[in-house]
Design a protein around this ligand. Structure first.
Ligand SMILES: [Zn+2]
Length: 84
């Protein structure tokens, strides 16, 4: 029987989310940390937020569209995506 409950803010598990799985985490009052029932990730709020920042890099260009791949070793050319 678990005494833990959901925190005031429901963070999703960053380890699962990095594999495109959306899991809510539980909060352990005694240890003051979040944990995931699926993968075993544990961490305090700071660690969860840091991990989330890393994962954002995966979606950094979500609202951008590549216009040109350019020459090797040159950066991509992009424009902001707008609905037509
Ligand atoms: Zn997880």
């Amino acid at each position: 029987m678990s005494l833990s409950k959901k925190g005031k803010l429901n963070y999703r598990c960053p380890a699962c989310f990095s594999r495109d799985i959306d899991m809510d985490m539980f909060f352990d009052e005694q240890k003051q940390e979040y944990y995931c029932l699926r993968c075993g990730f544990t961490g305090d709020e700071k660690r969860v937020l840091e991990f989330n920042e890393q994962i954002k890099s995966k979606y950094k260009f979500l609202k951008m569209r590549v216009v040109s791949f350019n020459e090797d070793n040159e950066p991509l050319s992009m424009k902001k995506y707008e609905k037509e």
